[in-house]
Design a protein around this ligand. Structure first.
Ligand code: UD1
Ligand code: CA
Length: 453
């Protein structure tokens, strides 16, 4: 990264998140399938923080569990006396650290690393603190940043403490603040709680720095990036915003979206060039779609890999472990799970392929079911190249169908089929010429007699 300073991040997440009305910690609620907190930490990765400290309180066990694999310390804030008090709880974890410290909020997770970099760049020239502001369409109850004509910050004030004149100012505080560790800890300790909420406010760090004669700069950013998430409605708004960004990005990178507003991506969806996505398609986590693929309307994909020039749907369901190799095709009402469809293979209608590998150019007829589960264990089905599985076949796993084999329609296959073999399981048919005509005559007469009587 381009910061010349060493850098540490403090993420505040000790609030109760009351307005979510949830048993799940607020910052663990997902956006595009990934917890808010992970969005924030992944974005900060670009700045290579020397340390990251998450300040936790209520339900800190949930946070510790979610942070499991990450190199992050958790500091406890107990009781929760405000955002400045929360930030100060990270001091101990950072006592050996000297450099820039960024303080941000777990409930404002979409902050971009480039924006943080701009704040880092804005520090210096006598500025001791940088804060991140935005001008939302609706300023709601956000704290305000009061600036002079030249843009220097004069004061930061919470909505509840603000005068009418201050509330009229539309530059709002996002909560992100950066200062050198030496200044930050000193300034945090200088913050009092003599205000409308009796809390220790983080923005007072800026106000107190100004009182010390230091300069505080405000960097401005897009409101969409820093909208706070305090309720389910705000969570939905953040999801909508993320989806809007992702659709734009997908199209900018060469995908055609027929009705972009109806396509829902996951945080990790990968699309190649010249992919076409029809309306009402949902991507769960872990989907990769290669160049030239067509995803038709109403398909649902999750944990799936779609190869070059494949066609999916309409109404297809690809579950985790579904792999479609180049030029393969899955049609309507086909479900795949832990199954590979070889190059050019087809399953055009009404089929379940689970724990299965299908060879190149095989044809899976309508209504084919791999019976992969006996209620206790799962079993594999292997279908050879160019095999032809007739409609309405049940393949009872474990079972192998050889290359170029034909399974006749309606068969229940319980034993392996050799290469090039025909397997047909049919009961003897009884043939009764004219029986149906006689039946219809008799019945029509009976019905007519009944109506008269
Ligand atoms: C805060 C800011 C406000 C800003 C807004 C932006 C303060 C005093 N106010 O208000 O200026 O416009 O965010 O969204 O900073 N937290 C703790 N411990 C506490 C209190 C809060 O860790 O004792 C954490 C919360 O978990 C949350 C963050 O700090 O992640 C912000 O707290 P919240 O109560 O949501 O503050 P706002 O009222 O939104
Ligand atoms: Ca908030």
């Amino acid at each position: 990264m381009s910061t010349q300073h060493s850098f540490a991040a403090v993420i505040l997440a000790a609030g109760k998140g009351t307005r979510m009305k949830s048993d799940l910690h607020k910052v663990l609620h997902p956006i595009a399938g990934k917890p808010m907190l992970d969005h924030l930490m992944d974005s900060l990765e670009a700045l290579a923080p020397a340390h990251t400290v998450v300040v936790a309180g209520d339900r800190h066990e949930q946070l510790r569990e979610a942070l499991g694999g990450r190199n992050v310390s958790v500091a406890l804030q107990e009781p929760q006396l405000g955002t400045a008090h929360a930030a100060l709880q990270a001091e101990d974890a950072l006592k050996d650290f000297s450099g820039l410290v960024m303080v941000c909020f777990g409930d404002t997770p979409m902050v971009k690393s480039a924006t943080v970099q701009r704040m880092v760049d804005a520090l210096g020239n006598g500025a001791k603190v940088a804060v991140l502001g935005f001008r939302p369409a609706d300023t709601l109850a956000y704290g305000r940043i009061i600036t002079a004509d030249d843009g220097t910050v004069l004061k930061m004030v919470e909505h509840k403490d603000a005068s009418e004149e201050e509330r009229a100012c539309d530059l709002c505080n996002s909560g992100v603040l950066i200062a050198h560790s030496d200044d930050l800890w000193r300034l945090l300790k200088s913050v009092g709680n003599d205000n409308a909420q009796g809390e220790y406010y983080l923005p007072d760090v800026a106000t107190n720095a100004i009182a010390e004669g230091a300069r505080v700069v405000a960097v401005e950013t897009d409101p969409a990036e820093v909208a706070g998430i305090n309720s389910r409605a705000e969570l939905a708004a953040a999801e909508a915003q993320w989806q809007a960004f992702k659709r734009e990005e997908a199209m900018a990178e060469g995908a055609t979206l027929k009705a972009p507003e109806t396509v829902f991506f996951s945080w990790d969806t990968e699309l190649g060039r010249d992919v076409t996505i029809e309306p009402n398609v949902v991507f769960g986590p872990g989907v990769k779609v290669a160049d030239g693929a067509l995803i038709r309307a109403f398909s649902h994909l999750e944990g799936a890999t779609v190869g070059i020039n494949c066609k999916v749907g309409p109404y297809a369901r690809l579950r985790p472990g579904a792999v479609m190799e180049e030029g393969s095709f899955v049609g309507n009402f086909v479900e795949m799970k832990k199954a590979t469809l070889g190059p050019g293979a087809k399953a055009s209608h009404l089929t379940y392929l689970g724990d299965t590998t299908v060879g190149a150019k095989a044809n899976i007829g309508a209504g084919t079911i791999t019976c992969n589960y006996d209620g206790y264990f799962k079993y594999q089905t292997v279908i050879g190249e160019r095999a032809f599985i007739g409609s309405n076949s049940a393949l009872v796993a474990p079972v192998t169908i050889g290359r170029d084999a034909i399974v006749a329609a309606g068969s229940t296959v319980t034993r392996d089929v050799a290469d090039g073999e025909l397997r047909m399981e049919r009961a003897e048919q009884s043939v009764k010429p004219g029986w149906a005509d006689r039946f219809h005559d008799t019945m029509k007469k009976k019905k007519a007699a009944e109506k008269k009587g």
